[in-house]
Write a protein that binds this ligand. Structure first.
Ligand SMILES: Nc1ncnc2c1ncn2[C@@H]1O[C@H](COP(=O)(O)OP(=O)(O)OP(=O)(O)O)[C@@H](O)[C@H]1O
Ligand SMILES: [Mg+2]
Length: 601
């Protein structure tokens, strides 16, 4: 028995209600539309193939009736067998062609759907990803799209075939012996009822089985990623115990579900055999009483048709389950597609060009969520070529300023201007091109070191990449790798250290010609000596650029033109290192002395 596919995660996107079946079908048919011709062909091929296969039992019956003692009967039977063979071969070939065509069509649909989903993901605002787990989105793109595709590919054809088969064989049976059909009035409701009864009880168990398996997988994943911590705290035994408990629960759920689920097959079989028996007995009686000249061949045709008739009916329950989960999957896919994109640039948006790098933030107020304001009435002025350092405790709002400068979040009040141009009236592309940045969370992708540094830039030569890597103090490390710049960085770049990752992202930023540079804790993971040397390289690089430097280690920002001290979304002090050190009981002076004591200097 096939089990209904159940999505492992019951995530719901957006606040919108679940789509109605009608809406879903409408959305799906939009994807089907370009393929109507192919789908029509599949429809016709499947119809013909199924109808052809319906001829089989009739021919069989006639062949049986043709059996006589002499040679002429045998020739006739051979003739029937020949025709039968041809009919089945043609029907088989057609069915195969139909399935292949349908598979190709659904793959094309899946491809389009995945492309659309991925394209849409790239247009979504940063804030969208604050609330969604990457794993959830991944499962929509892979699992849900696949569930839908599978349903399209197999269930649609099965439905069509079943419908033709049921109607066709019923019609044939009616032409042979109408009274015998009455047997189905008993057996069909019986097997449908049985299937429904069992599915109703087994479905929750299958869901439980998936959930338990999900729990188990989640636990294993967590333990693998945290294995160092497990070892360090010597809690392997406890971890293994917990696993055993979860594993037992999963196995129990599995057994429970299977033991009920597997009843379906035998019980439906029993009903089928029951109907066969009834048909044989009643058929034999009709033969004996000479009902309308019924022959033995007729009876055997009827028996064969009855098999064709009840098969699809027993499938219906499974298909309905599949279709239900396909609709649930479609719902998640389309709801993700309906998530609003980043608002498009205003019609009269200005393209920032030849940016000099004068940045002015005035009366800025912002919160990621309306209930919690993070930035309070902030004013910052950075002139072309200046280095502005932002310091403050964890959670003060430093990274938040970067997010707003890059327009990752839009819902602020106040104004941010670059060269006097309000950035909310500039195109996002031109704005973001004016910046290069090293983010707090370094990000490297699967690719060579060269590709990672040259990321997204056209016309970058090998020499350029080597130059910036030298400046970022990572060149000698790279050249000592067996493949040098062509070394592949594995998934998540775990084959290099945290500090090395940071140096690579610094090199990446150094490659950019953008007039404004943002360094968010750029050197927090490198040792002090490397940091000082990078600082020297950066000073060269920063020359002529407006720079925002966020750092916990205050030694790196001493020479900044202006240091902003942030506290809880407010700028509490502002000035050069010397000026700030003079403030009695100043926050900056205190931070500096702590930094000094900690040994950061
Ligand atoms: N995406 C977000 N959604 C909601 N709140 C956020 C988000 N990002 C940050 N915050 C909140 O905003 C506040 C400021 O965060 P921010 O990242 O700007 O701090 P920070 O000064 O950069 O700290 P750190 O020195 O640790 O990097 C924090 O209290 C944090 O909880
Ligand atoms: Mg930060």
């Amino acid at each position: 028995m096939r089990h209904p596919r159940i999505s492992p995660n019951e995530i719901t996107f957006g606040t919108a209600k679940r789509m109605s079946l009608g809406q879903l079908i409408k959305r799906i048919s939009k994807y089907l539309k370009p393929h109507y011709l192919k789908l029509g062909t599949v429809f016709v091929i499947t119809m013909v193939s199924t109808l052809l296969s319906l001829v089989g039992p009739k021919l069989c019956g006639q062949a049986i009736d043709a059996i006589t003692g002499d040679g002429s009967g045998f020739t006739k039977v051979l003739g029937y067998a020949g025709v039968l063979l041809i009919v089945y071969v043609v029907s088989g070939i057609l069915a195969y062609a139909g399935t292949i065509l349908m598979c190709a069509t659904t793959r094309a649909i899946v491809r389009k759907m995945r492309d659309d989903t991925f394209d849409h993901l790239t247009t979504l605002p940063v804030s969208f990803f604050d609330h969604r787990q990457a794993g959830d989105l991944l499962s929509v793109m892979s699992y849900d799209v696949d569930t839908l595709a599978e349903a399209l590919a197999s269930d649609l054809i099965t439905c069509l075939k079943s419908a033709v088969m049921v109607v066709g064989s019923l019609a044939m049976m009616l032409t042979i012996a109408p009274p015998l059909v009455i047997v189905f009035a008993i057996t069909v409701p019986l097997s449908a009822g049985l299937t429904k009864f069992i599915t109703k009880r087994s479905r929750p168990l299958f869901r439980k089985r998936s959930a338990k398996l999900g729990e188990l997988n989640g636990y294993v994943e967590e333990m693998i990623s945290g294995q160092k911590t497990t070892k360090a705290y010597s809690v392997e035994n406890r971890v293994a115990e917990k696993f055993e408990t979860l594993n037992k629960a999963a196995v129990d759920a599995y057994t429970e579900a299977e033991s009920i689920g597997t009843i379906t097959g035998p019980s439906v079989n029993f009903v089928n055999n029951l109907s066969l028996t009834l048909i044989s007995v009643i058929g034999a009686l009709m033969y004996m009483w000479g009902y309308r000249g019924i022959t033995a061949g007729d009876i055997s045709s009827f028996v064969l048709y009855s098999r064709k008739f009840s098969g699809p009916i027993n499938e219906v329950a499974n298909i309905i389950g599949d279709l239900q989960s396909a609709m649930a999957a479609a719902d998640r896919v389309f709801r993700l597609l309906d998530e609003p994109s980043e608002a498009p640039d205003a019609e009269n948006a200005v393209v920032l060009s030849n940016v000099k790098g004068n940045v002015e933030i005035s009366n800025l107020n912002f919160g990621y969520v309306p209930e919690r304001q993070i930035i309070f009435d902030m004013n910052i002025k950075a002139k072309e070529g200046q280095v502005v350092a932002i310091v403050g405790h964890t959670g003060a709002g430093k990274t938040t300023i970067v997010n707003l400068l890059m327009r990752f979040y839009d819902q602020y009040t106040g104004q941010i201007c670059i060269d006097g141009q309000d950035i909310s009236m500039a195109t996002r592309d031109s704005l973001r091109q004016a910046f290069s940045m090293v983010l707090q969370d370094t990000w490297l992708f699967t690719g060579t070191i060269y590709e990672n540094v040259a990321y997204g830039r056209e016309g970058v030569t090998r020499e350029d990449v080597e130059r910036v890597c030298k400046e970022a103090m990572i060149h000698s490390f790279i050249t000592h790798l067996p493949q040098g710049y062509d070394t592949m960085l594995e998934d998540g770049a775990i084959n290099i250290s945290k500090g090395q990752r940071q140096l690579l992202t610094i090199a990446r930023a150094m490659l950019s010609e953008a007039p404004i540079l943002i360094l968010d804790e750029a050197t927090s993971n490198v040792d002090t000596r490397t940091e000082i040397r990078i600082q020297q390289a950066m000073n060269k690089l920063m020359a002529g650029k407006t720079c925002f430097v966020i750092a916990h280690r205050l030694s790196t920002i001493r020479s900044a033109d202006c240091i902003l001290v942030m506290e809880k979304g407010d700028i509490v002090e502002q000035g050069t290192h010397e000026e700030l050190m003079k403030i009695p009981n100043g926050v900056y002076a205190e931070l500096c002395s702590m930094d000094f004591k900690r040994g950061g200097d």
